[in-house]
Design a protein around this ligand. Sequence first.
Ligand SMILES: Cc1ncc(C[n+]2csc(CCOP(=O)(O)OP(=O)(O)O)c2C)c(N)n1
Length: 406
Amino acid sequence: MLVITADRPNEWIDQYDGQTIFQEGVYGNHVKGSFQFPNSIGTEDDSWLAARLSNEAINLSKKFPCGPVHLNIPLKEPFYPTDGESIQFPEKPCIFNQHSSNVQLSDESFAKLKNRLDGVHRILVIVGQQRPNLEILTLLNSLSDRHQVVFISDCIGNMQSDKSITFHDHWLGIPQLSSNLEPDLIISFGKSIISKALKLFLRSTKASHWHIQEDGNAKDTFQRLTRILPTHPKAFFKWLTENLQPQNLEFYQAWHSFELKVKNELPKVLNRVGFGEYSALHAALQAIPKLSKIHAANSMSVRYLNFLGAREQEVCCNRGTSGIDGSSSTAVGCTFTTKELVTLVTGDLAFFYDRNAFWHNYAMPNLRIILLNNHGGGIFRIIKGPNEQPELEEFLKLNKNYPLNI
Ligand SMILES: Cc1ncc(C[n+]2csc(CCOP(=O)(O)OP(=O)(O)O)c2C)c(N)n1
């Protein structure tokens, strides 16, 4: 994402002149980089500088890991063209084409990993938030098929299948379920995961943790990080497929027996609870085309989605800060980039918080919205702490019956 802001000219900042704030670098650590345009574009060097900064900003935003970049542009009056005035753009714009490259582990690194793998028998692969990638999913499916790894994907990992673990959030928080669940090696790639129970479980293990990431800083989310592998997950899992010894079958079966249990019981539970957000979303999901995108808002929407098992649609959600402030805008923006159907699943607070998302003149024939209206933040009725506060009714105006019928 490139954030382009118009600014007042430099000389008028902080001079009690109108409409001035400190815009240069205003996004701080929330952007990958911030670029300041020249104060005016009167000379050829100014134009070259502006073109160069634009290229650097665009290329930085697209470089792994993709992220927002800020371009601040001071403008001097007059702002509007006079009658008949036209703007002459250069015939050949200056473009710095940035090529991609494949980062690869050295032979020496692979030899070290191979050595380490020899003592490993229980591998848990954690798929963090990312876009779908069929090639990686195929490799993971085949590793799981041969009982060589257990792989877990939340819905935002976009790598769910009948070979993955997807129902973990239903049962992982229950203490002392089975000693056979503990891995000796965690391999992760992608960004964050939704399930807090999974995060706490991984932090409580004694496993080593390898994180695969092409570039940038790897995060120690599970407090077990021991190796950072600067390569593409596809290359790594291909190598793993060819280099793994037989693994512990009980470990594989322990995870998959829980998965199967929930998968078999869930339809009965949904039937038993009757109509409510949970079953309504479950029913709606049956009608959403497989080749489409689902945007889930925070907080219960994305959790319901995660509870309801493997999805084939691409699932998008503003995780990280997990704000309720931009889910509708992101879904609306997405409808302009795809011909596929985009379904926004949102709670009422998130929906009304971001209603300006719909305040424009563009048609969005491929947008559908499922609004789970429980008159307030349902999440606060469920999590311990907020649900015991006297302010709950006054400030969150919750439907008193919630969540009797979820
Ligand atoms: C910008 C922002 N403010 C506050 C929060 C804290 N917060 C998390 S969930 C939530 C309630 C959301 O309510 P709703 O959209 O109705 O969804 P539900 O909880 O019912 O799924 C709030 C206020 C947040 N995540 N982001």
